[in-house]
Design a protein around this ligand. Sequence first.
Ligand code: KMH
Ligand code: ZN
Length: 290
Amino acid sequence: MTDTAAQPAATAARPERSTLITVAPTGAESAKASVPALPVTLDELVTTAKECREAGAAVIHVHIRDDDAQPTLDLGRLRDTVRALREATDLIVQLSTGGAVTDSFDRRLAVIDAGPDACSLTCGTVNFGDDVFMNPWGFMTELYAKTQALGVVPEFELFDFGHIAALHRLLAEFGPPAGGHVHCDLVMGVPGGMPGDAATLVQAVSALPAGASWSATGIGRTSVPVLFAALAAGGHLRVGMEDTVTFSRGRPVASNAELVERAASAAALAQRPAMTPAAAREMLGVPDRH
Ligand code: KMH
Ligand code: ZN
Protein backbone atom coordinates (compact mmCIF):
# COMPACT_ATOMS: atom_id res chain seq x y z
CA MET A 1 0.00 0.00 0.00
CA THR A 2 1.37 3.42 -0.90
CA ASP A 3 1.40 6.40 1.47
CA THR A 4 -1.24 8.05 -0.68
CA ALA A 5 -3.54 5.04 -0.45
CA ALA A 6 -3.17 5.10 3.34
CA GLN A 7 -4.49 8.65 3.62
CA PRO A 8 -7.93 9.02 5.14
CA ALA A 9 -10.80 9.97 2.81
CA ALA A 10 -11.28 13.71 2.35
CA THR A 11 -14.51 13.65 4.33
CA ALA A 12 -13.15 11.72 7.30
CA ALA A 13 -13.14 13.60 10.59
CA ARG A 14 -9.78 14.06 12.30
CA PRO A 15 -9.52 11.26 14.84
CA GLU A 16 -9.63 12.63 18.39
CA ARG A 17 -7.77 11.07 21.28
CA SER A 18 -10.68 11.74 23.58
CA THR A 19 -14.45 11.66 23.34
CA LEU A 20 -16.74 14.65 23.61
CA ILE A 21 -19.78 13.67 25.64
CA THR A 22 -22.86 15.84 25.41
CA VAL A 23 -25.70 15.31 27.84
CA ALA A 24 -29.25 16.16 26.77
CA PRO A 25 -30.99 15.81 30.12
CA THR A 26 -34.58 16.93 29.57
CA GLY A 27 -35.90 17.44 26.03
CA ALA A 28 -39.41 18.58 25.27
CA GLU A 29 -41.20 15.28 24.80
CA SER A 30 -41.28 13.33 28.07
CA ALA A 31 -43.76 14.21 30.81
CA LYS A 32 -42.50 14.63 34.37
CA ALA A 33 -45.54 12.71 35.60
CA SER A 34 -44.49 9.57 33.75
CA VAL A 35 -40.71 10.11 34.08
CA PRO A 36 -40.11 11.36 37.66
CA ALA A 37 -36.30 11.36 37.25
CA LEU A 38 -36.52 13.97 34.45
CA PRO A 39 -34.90 17.28 35.55
CA VAL A 40 -37.46 20.02 34.97
CA THR A 41 -36.82 22.70 37.60
CA LEU A 42 -33.75 24.94 37.55
CA ASP A 43 -32.48 23.29 40.74
CA GLU A 44 -32.91 19.83 39.26
CA LEU A 45 -31.17 20.93 36.07
CA VAL A 46 -28.20 22.43 37.92
CA THR A 47 -27.83 19.34 40.12
CA THR A 48 -27.99 17.15 37.00
CA ALA A 49 -25.41 19.32 35.26
CA LYS A 50 -22.95 18.99 38.16
CA GLU A 51 -23.42 15.21 38.34
CA CYS A 52 -23.00 14.83 34.59
CA ARG A 53 -19.88 17.02 34.56
CA GLU A 54 -18.45 14.78 37.26
CA ALA A 55 -19.34 11.71 35.19
CA GLY A 56 -17.60 13.00 32.04
CA ALA A 57 -19.89 15.36 30.14
CA ALA A 58 -18.41 18.46 28.48
CA VAL A 59 -21.53 19.93 26.84
CA ILE A 60 -25.09 20.25 28.11
CA HIS A 61 -27.91 20.51 25.55
CA VAL A 62 -30.67 22.39 27.32
CA HIS A 63 -34.46 22.43 27.05
CA ILE A 64 -36.30 24.07 29.91
CA ARG A 65 -39.74 23.69 31.47
CA ASP A 66 -42.17 26.10 33.11
CA ASP A 67 -43.69 25.89 36.61
CA ASP A 68 -46.07 23.21 35.37
CA ALA A 69 -43.15 21.21 33.94
CA GLN A 70 -44.27 22.02 30.39
CA PRO A 71 -41.71 22.93 27.70
CA THR A 72 -41.11 26.68 27.41
CA LEU A 73 -38.84 29.06 25.49
CA ASP A 74 -39.40 31.92 27.94
CA LEU A 75 -36.41 34.21 27.44
CA GLY A 76 -36.09 35.27 31.08
CA ARG A 77 -36.02 31.66 32.20
CA LEU A 78 -33.49 30.80 29.50
CA ARG A 79 -31.23 33.65 30.66
CA ASP A 80 -31.49 32.51 34.28
CA THR A 81 -30.71 28.96 33.19
CA VAL A 82 -27.59 29.94 31.24
CA ARG A 83 -26.38 32.01 34.19
CA ALA A 84 -27.03 29.28 36.76
CA LEU A 85 -25.35 26.56 34.69
CA ARG A 86 -22.31 28.80 34.13
CA GLU A 87 -22.05 29.59 37.82
CA ALA A 88 -22.32 25.94 38.84
CA THR A 89 -20.20 24.23 36.17
CA ASP A 90 -17.69 24.77 33.38
CA LEU A 91 -19.85 22.85 30.90
CA ILE A 92 -20.45 24.31 27.45
CA VAL A 93 -24.06 25.51 27.59
CA GLN A 94 -25.87 24.68 24.37
CA LEU A 95 -29.46 25.89 24.18
CA SER A 96 -31.94 24.03 22.02
CA THR A 97 -33.41 26.10 19.21
CA GLY A 98 -35.57 23.11 18.31
CA GLY A 99 -37.80 23.53 21.32
CA ALA A 100 -41.02 21.54 21.06
CA VAL A 101 -42.76 20.77 17.76
CA THR A 102 -45.41 23.35 18.72
CA ASP A 103 -42.98 26.29 19.17
CA SER A 104 -43.07 29.16 16.67
CA PHE A 105 -40.09 30.10 14.52
CA ASP A 106 -39.92 33.53 16.16
CA ARG A 107 -39.61 32.08 19.65
CA ARG A 108 -37.03 29.58 18.47
CA LEU A 109 -34.99 32.34 16.82
CA ALA A 110 -35.12 34.39 20.05
CA VAL A 111 -33.54 31.59 22.10
CA ILE A 112 -29.97 32.65 21.40
CA ASP A 113 -30.65 36.14 22.77
CA ALA A 114 -30.25 34.38 26.14
CA GLY A 115 -26.49 34.37 25.52
CA PRO A 116 -25.54 30.68 25.45
CA ASP A 117 -22.14 29.37 24.36
CA ALA A 118 -23.71 27.26 21.68
CA CYS A 119 -27.03 26.23 20.19
CA SER A 120 -28.54 23.44 18.16
CA LEU A 121 -29.42 24.12 14.53
CA THR A 122 -31.43 21.43 12.78
CA CYS A 123 -30.74 21.22 9.07
CA GLY A 124 -34.19 20.36 7.76
CA THR A 125 -37.75 19.33 8.44
CA VAL A 126 -38.37 15.79 9.59
CA ASN A 127 -41.34 13.64 10.48
CA PHE A 128 -41.21 13.23 14.24
CA GLY A 129 -43.44 10.36 15.31
CA ASP A 130 -46.97 11.57 14.72
CA ASP A 131 -45.74 15.19 14.48
CA VAL A 132 -43.53 17.20 12.14
CA PHE A 133 -40.41 19.02 13.34
CA MET A 134 -40.33 22.06 11.07
CA ASN A 135 -37.01 23.51 9.89
CA PRO A 136 -37.54 25.06 6.45
CA TRP A 137 -34.62 26.59 4.57
CA GLY A 138 -35.62 30.18 5.39
CA PHE A 139 -35.69 29.45 9.12
CA MET A 140 -32.35 27.64 8.98
CA THR A 141 -30.65 30.50 7.17
CA GLU A 142 -32.10 33.16 9.47
CA LEU A 143 -30.98 31.24 12.54
CA TYR A 144 -27.56 30.57 11.05
CA ALA A 145 -27.03 34.27 10.24
CA LYS A 146 -28.03 35.14 13.80
CA THR A 147 -25.56 32.63 15.29
CA GLN A 148 -22.82 34.23 13.17
CA ALA A 149 -23.81 37.76 14.23
CA LEU A 150 -23.96 36.89 17.95
CA GLY A 151 -20.96 34.54 18.01
CA VAL A 152 -23.02 31.58 19.24
CA VAL A 153 -21.47 28.32 18.05
CA PRO A 154 -24.02 26.10 16.27
CA GLU A 155 -24.15 22.34 16.42
CA PHE A 156 -25.75 21.01 13.25
CA GLU A 157 -28.44 18.47 14.10
CA LEU A 158 -28.87 15.92 11.32
CA PHE A 159 -31.90 13.65 11.52
CA ASP A 160 -31.78 12.43 7.95
CA PHE A 161 -29.62 12.34 4.82
CA GLY A 162 -31.33 15.33 3.24
CA HIS A 163 -30.19 17.37 6.25
CA ILE A 164 -26.58 16.64 5.32
CA ALA A 165 -27.21 18.03 1.83
CA ALA A 166 -28.80 21.13 3.37
CA LEU A 167 -25.76 21.58 5.65
CA HIS A 168 -23.43 21.53 2.63
CA ARG A 169 -25.62 24.17 0.97
CA LEU A 170 -25.70 26.31 4.13
CA LEU A 171 -21.91 26.32 4.44
CA ALA A 172 -21.42 26.96 0.71
CA GLU A 173 -23.82 29.93 0.66
CA PHE A 174 -23.18 31.49 4.07
CA GLY A 175 -19.63 30.48 5.02
CA PRO A 176 -18.19 28.97 8.18
CA PRO A 177 -19.96 29.04 11.55
CA ALA A 178 -19.07 31.14 14.58
CA GLY A 179 -15.97 29.53 16.05
CA GLY A 180 -14.81 28.46 12.59
CA HIS A 181 -15.34 24.73 13.11
CA VAL A 182 -18.20 22.54 11.87
CA HIS A 183 -19.54 20.10 14.45
CA CYS A 184 -22.49 17.86 13.66
CA ASP A 185 -24.73 15.63 15.71
CA LEU A 186 -26.39 12.65 14.03
CA VAL A 187 -29.77 12.18 15.68
CA MET A 188 -30.70 8.63 14.74
CA GLY A 189 -33.71 6.44 15.27
CA VAL A 190 -36.39 9.15 15.39
CA PRO A 191 -39.54 7.62 13.90
CA GLY A 192 -39.50 9.44 10.56
CA GLY A 193 -35.75 10.09 10.40
CA MET A 194 -32.75 7.92 9.56
CA PRO A 195 -32.54 4.58 11.36
CA GLY A 196 -30.19 4.13 14.31
CA ASP A 197 -27.79 1.44 13.18
CA ALA A 198 -24.12 1.07 12.36
CA ALA A 199 -24.52 0.85 8.56
CA THR A 200 -26.52 4.08 8.43
CA LEU A 201 -24.09 5.84 10.75
CA VAL A 202 -21.08 4.95 8.59
CA GLN A 203 -22.88 6.13 5.46
CA ALA A 204 -23.94 9.41 7.09
CA VAL A 205 -20.44 10.11 8.40
CA SER A 206 -18.97 9.59 4.93
CA ALA A 207 -21.24 12.36 3.59
CA LEU A 208 -20.31 15.02 6.19
CA PRO A 209 -18.34 18.15 5.20
CA ALA A 210 -14.58 17.69 5.10
CA GLY A 211 -12.97 18.40 8.47
CA ALA A 212 -16.23 18.29 10.43
CA SER A 213 -16.31 16.60 13.79
CA TRP A 214 -19.44 14.70 14.76
CA SER A 215 -21.27 13.03 17.54
CA ALA A 216 -24.21 10.66 17.38
CA THR A 217 -27.18 9.80 19.51
CA GLY A 218 -29.70 7.05 19.11
CA ILE A 219 -33.27 7.62 20.22
CA GLY A 220 -34.93 5.04 22.44
CA ARG A 221 -33.77 1.48 21.89
CA THR A 222 -31.19 2.59 19.32
CA SER A 223 -29.21 4.50 21.95
CA VAL A 224 -26.80 1.67 22.86
CA PRO A 225 -26.10 0.43 19.30
CA VAL A 226 -25.53 4.00 18.10
CA LEU A 227 -23.19 4.69 21.04
CA PHE A 228 -20.98 1.73 20.16
CA ALA A 229 -21.14 2.42 16.42
CA ALA A 230 -20.12 6.05 17.00
CA LEU A 231 -17.16 5.05 19.14
CA ALA A 232 -16.09 2.41 16.62
CA ALA A 233 -16.25 4.97 13.82
CA GLY A 234 -14.20 7.56 15.76
CA GLY A 235 -17.05 9.90 16.65
CA HIS A 236 -18.29 11.62 19.77
CA LEU A 237 -21.35 10.87 21.88
CA ARG A 238 -24.58 12.46 22.98
CA VAL A 239 -26.62 10.74 25.66
CA GLY A 240 -29.39 11.77 28.02
CA MET A 241 -33.03 11.48 28.98
CA GLU A 242 -34.08 13.67 26.06
CA ASP A 243 -33.16 10.71 23.88
CA THR A 244 -33.89 7.67 26.01
CA VAL A 245 -35.69 7.08 29.29
CA THR A 246 -34.91 3.35 29.39
CA PHE A 247 -31.48 2.26 30.61
CA SER A 248 -31.88 -1.38 29.67
CA ARG A 249 -34.78 -3.65 28.82
CA GLY A 250 -37.52 -2.97 31.37
CA ARG A 251 -35.35 -0.68 33.55
CA PRO A 252 -36.07 3.07 33.52
CA VAL A 253 -33.16 5.52 33.55
CA ALA A 254 -32.50 6.53 37.17
CA SER A 255 -30.52 9.67 36.33
CA ASN A 256 -28.82 11.40 33.45
CA ALA A 257 -25.51 10.84 35.20
CA GLU A 258 -25.77 7.08 34.81
CA LEU A 259 -26.15 7.52 31.05
CA VAL A 260 -23.04 9.75 31.01
CA GLU A 261 -21.18 7.24 33.20
CA ARG A 262 -22.01 4.44 30.76
CA ALA A 263 -20.87 6.57 27.82
CA ALA A 264 -17.65 7.55 29.59
CA SER A 265 -16.90 3.91 30.47
CA ALA A 266 -17.44 2.83 26.87
CA ALA A 267 -15.26 5.70 25.64
CA ALA A 268 -12.49 4.71 28.05
CA LEU A 269 -12.70 1.11 26.82
CA ALA A 270 -12.39 2.46 23.28
CA GLN A 271 -9.13 4.16 24.37
CA ARG A 272 -10.66 7.61 23.90
CA PRO A 273 -11.67 8.77 27.40
CA ALA A 274 -14.09 11.59 28.09
CA MET A 275 -12.96 15.03 26.91
CA THR A 276 -12.80 17.92 29.38
CA PRO A 277 -14.93 21.01 28.74
CA ALA A 278 -11.72 22.99 28.16
CA ALA A 279 -10.59 20.58 25.43
CA ALA A 280 -14.10 20.61 23.97
CA ARG A 281 -14.05 24.42 23.81
CA GLU A 282 -10.80 24.24 21.89
CA MET A 283 -12.12 21.64 19.46
CA LEU A 284 -15.42 23.43 18.86
CA GLY A 285 -14.12 27.01 18.86
CA VAL A 286 -16.28 27.99 21.83
CA PRO A 287 -14.86 30.88 23.89
CA ASP A 288 -14.96 30.61 27.68
CA ARG A 289 -17.49 33.18 28.96
CA HIS A 290 -17.01 32.43 32.66
N1 KMH B 1 -37.74 18.56 20.58
C1 KMH B 1 -37.58 18.33 19.19
C2 KMH B 1 -38.82 18.70 18.45
C3 KMH B 1 -33.19 20.46 19.22
O1 KMH B 1 -33.15 20.48 20.44
O2 KMH B 1 -32.61 21.30 18.54
C4 KMH B 1 -36.44 19.05 18.61
C5 KMH B 1 -35.14 18.92 19.28
C6 KMH B 1 -33.97 19.40 18.51
O3 KMH B 1 -35.02 18.51 20.41
ZN1 ZN C 1 -33.10 18.92 21.90
